[in-house]
Design a protein around this ligand. Structure first.
Ligand code: SF4
Length: 353
């Protein structure tokens, strides 16, 4: 008989959904069981997404100076994090930035702006950008992430060619008031529902490591399942200095794997994206996480740098995955000769230790 996680995978594959108790068991797994958790969740990943990885690219259209007070966010008005701050990029600049991601292999471009929500003038700007982007790259998917939507805005974005709308619930309803006070959990859910009604593919996820309990992480995941989000970005808190959650370090690499696996068991056929904090928190376990999640951001995040885009693509190739929509031979790589040792024993140069 297989492990309890293999049995859970068998049940999910047979059409029996994972319940909150199953999700808690995944989060509570001993570190010695983590490979068994990954192997079992990986079966669900392969069943729905085979060996493909969706590659997404973020363009921060407007950075910082947001009037909202999300405690985790380096762009909030009260944040003293020394991030880039700028107003709207021109259409030309947005296209240039998006083009870099597309040429790096991204199949989806995420156009993001800081702020509570877009004005109708902001929607005009974004629809102009999307029209120009789609004219140049008709096959690329565009996701907009502009904050809380007003009536009619989702429909305007859809008409302009936007495919998806991202608005994360971020955390459990029962924890939301501890994280942000300038808008409510219900406001966030309302925007996801507006996006859906407007014909946009709903993208909504969470941030782990905000001081939530296991039960609250499970609560958030089941809320996303209920919302029927097509794609679920799982962020791991990056505690920026200058924000209220600076010095909040609750995550380990194996904890992050278990969170991603929990998401896969609960939402087996949804796009689970390893989002912000991937490099910081998964560290050398990033490749294992690809066996559970089927989507990543390429390169940099909104206000922080990610690992080099080429390292992302190499990780995908080295682990036998292929970029969704790419024709590239997954084994292709420039050979590199062994580096001859010229330090340490037998030399006057300090050793590599
Ligand atoms: S609304 Fe968005 S940009 Fe503004 S503080 Fe919250 S997460 Fe940051």
């Amino acid at each position: 008989m297989g492990s309890r996680f293999e049995q859970l995978a068998d049940a999910v594959l047979a059409g029996v959904p994972a319940g909150p108790g199953d999700a808690l068991a995944v989060l509570g797994a001993d570190d010695a069981e983590v490979l068994s958790v990954v192997a079992a969740a990986g079966r669900l990943r392969r069943a729905h997404f085979d060996n493909t990885v969706k590659v997404n690219y973020l363009v921060n259209l407007k950075s910082g100076l947001c009037p909202e007070n999300c405690n985790y966010c380096s762009q909030a008005l009260g944040s003293a994090a020394p991030i880039l701050k700028y107003s709207w990029l021109s259409t030309e600049e947005a296209l240039k930035q998006a083009g870099a991601g597309i040429s790096g292999g991204a199949g989806r471009v995420c156009l993001v702006s800081s702020g509570r929500g877009p004005s109708n003038r902001d929607i005009d700007r974004v629809t102009e950008m999307v029209g120009a982007l789609k004219a140049e790259h008709p096959d690329v998917e565009v996701c907009a992430c502009l904050g809380l939507l007003s009536d009619g805005q989702a429909e305007r974005l859809k008409d302009a060619g936007v495919d998806a709308y991202n608005h994360n619930i971020n955390t459990a309803e029962s924890h939301h008031h501890n994280i942000v006070q300038t808008h409510t959990y219900a406001d966030r859910v309302d925007t996801v529902e507006k996006a859906k009604r407007g014909g946009l593919s709903p993208c909504s996820g969470l941030i782990a490591g905000l001081g939530e309990t296991d039960e609250q992480l499970v609560e958030a995941l089941f809320a996303l399942k209920e919302l029927d989000a097509d794609s679920i970005p799982v962020n791991f808190l990056m505690p920026f200095d200058g924000t209220p959650l600076a010095d909040t370090w609750e995550l380990s690499p194996s904890r992050c794997l278990k969170i991603l696996a929990m998401a896969r068991f609960v939402c087996p056929d949804k796009e689970i994206r390893i989002a912000g904090g991937r490099e910081m928190h998964l560290r050398s376990l990033q490749p294992l996480a690809l066996h559970v999640a089927n989507s990543i951001f390429l390169g940099d995040y909104l206000t922080s740098e990610g690992q080099a885009a080429e390292a992302d693509l190499e990780m995908i190739r080295d682990n036998g995955f292929v970029v969704l929509g790419s024709e590239e031979d997954s084994a292709a790589r420039e050979p590199a000769d062994p580096a001859i040792r010229r330090r340490g024993a037998g030399t006057a140069v300090v050793p590599n230790a």
